[in-house]
Design a protein around this ligand. Structure first.
Ligand SMILES: Cc1cc2nc3c(=O)[nH]c(=O)nc-3n(C[C@H](O)[C@H](O)[C@H](O)COP(=O)(O)OP(=O)(O)OC[C@H]3O[C@@H](n4cnc5c(N)ncnc54)[C@H](O)[C@@H]3O)c2cc1C
Length: 372
């Protein structure tokens, strides 16, 4: 049975209420403390948020990617970190659904309603050029033995299940599923990033981790394709998160400009303020249109990688610029920790790097245009 429009609307209403009541009040605390407060993730799990994209056959709610992306936009208005934590989880589930075999999916996907999943490609040697990874998977009988070091993984340290891009002994790229409880698995350093302070972005170290053959996602040699697919899925959702961040900047700037006066004139009546508010509002609409097109194309089986790259490339640059404009409207208070706009700049800036740098986005967009 497919999801009805009413059910989609109920989901978004529920997300808005959860964001208003549980996430938005903690936004500044999460930024200041550099972590989620105790109990918050449990509330996210209890609300069923981890399973909204998971097919019903695995115990999820079975919403499509358009609904999931809209949900992340609304969450990001309240707290961008939590939206990125969910983005990392949703995009990983998508790879199981597309590439996972029956045995693997039946073993792991039912637990995705309460355990966070993550996708790991980046290594200390670099993230932009995955062909250079050093992680190795060696075949031994019916098992694969994986050794390597993955860094800067969204939800690294929090997630319990990891997709790991590896090279086989004959240099073919492949993705394997690894569980944090497997012998030889350990968590490494958590990055001290300047923004998205709630999301743990950290290292996983694999020392001869043994997984059965069924833990191979897709086929041997398909690793880069799966990585590209995960990037495209992630970029749609990041476009949604960036729309939410831009909306947060817009709402803050609008409400401040109504109250603050330049002598007797509210700021919003000044043309210089109007120019900034209009720019922020336009950026929000543009990013929203891009990610929605990406999500729509994905659910209707049309190509979406290019528009997803546009959503993240345009969305991240414009969200940083929009938050900076909001900061300017707030004057000195904008530069203070008392208001959220300074952390919105730091939060949005992450998405010029995560899931492929701006340079990589632009390379891919250009290649797609050249190929037309
Ligand atoms: C918040 C956050 C979350 C992240 N989450 C994940 C995750 O979940 N999983 C994961 O695997 N990784 C994750 N990453 C890592 C991210 O994917 C990498 O930071 C990114 O791919 C860039 O890799 P790098 O940092 O090693 O930079 P490098 O690859 O060393 O690049 C450095 C600079 O050189 C440029 N450059 C590199 N190669 C080329 C080239 N061939 N042509 C032109 N320019 C080039 C880059 O654009 C960049 O400006 C995350 C990063 C951040 C900040």
């Amino acid at each position: 049975m497919s999801i009805t429009n009413d059910q989609n609307q109920m989901l978004i209403q529920m997300i808005k209420e959860f964001t208003t009541n549980e996430l938005a009040p903690l936004d500044m605390t999460i930024d200041a403390n550099g972590d989620y407060p105790d109990g918050l993730l449990q509330k996210v799990i209890d609300t069923g948020l981890l399973g909204i994209t998971l097919p019903r056959e695995y115990g999820g709610a079975g919403f499509d990617y358009v609904a999931a992306a809209e949900a992340l936009e609304k969450i990001a208005v309240g707290n961008a970190s939590m939206a990125v934590t969910l983005e990392g989880h949703f995009k990983t589930i998508e790879q199981f659904i597309k590439y996972g075999n029956k045995e693997l999916n039946e073993k792991y996907l039912p637990s995705a309603v309460k355990r966070i999943f993550a996708f790991s490609m980046t290594e200390p040697s670099g993230g932009s050029n995955p062909k250079g990874i050093a992680t190795r998977a060696i075949k031994q009988g019916h098992n694969w033995v994986i050794t390597g070091d993955k860094i800067m993984i969204t939800n690294g340290g929090l997630a319990e299940v990891y997709c790991v891009l590896s090279k086989t002994q004959d240099d073919q790229m492949a993705v394997f599923v690894v569980d944090k409880d497997m012998p030889g698995f350990k968590f490494g350093k958590r990055e001290d990033f300047i923004g998205l302070k709630g999301v743990p972005v950290g290292e996983i170290v694999l020392n001869h981790v043994v997984v059965p053959e069924s833990h191979l996602l897709g086929t041997i040699g398909e690793g880069l394709e799966i990585g590209d697919n995960a990037h495209a899925d992630a970029r749609v959702l990041m476009g949604a998160v960036l729309t939410g961040i831009t909306d947060h900047a817009l709402q803050t700037a609008v409400s401040y400009s109504k109250e603050r006066k330049a002598l007797d004139t509210p700021l919003y009546q000044l043309q210089v303020t109007q120019e900034k508010i209009a720019d922020i509002a336009i950026a929000k609409q543009n990013t929203q249109a891009l990610y929605q097109k990406g999500a729509q194309n994905k659910i209707t089986g049309r190509p979406y990688a290019e528009v997803a790259a546009m959503a993240k490339s345009y969305g991240s640059r414009s969200a940083v610029a929009a938050s900076d404009k909001a900061l300017q409207i707030l004057g000195g208070y904008g530069y203070s920790h008392e208001y959220p706009v300074e952390h919105l700049i730091r939060d949005a800036r992450a998405m010029e790097l995560a899931e492929g740098t701006i340079e990589k986005m632009n390379f891919e967009i250009t290649n797609a245009e050249i190929a037309k």
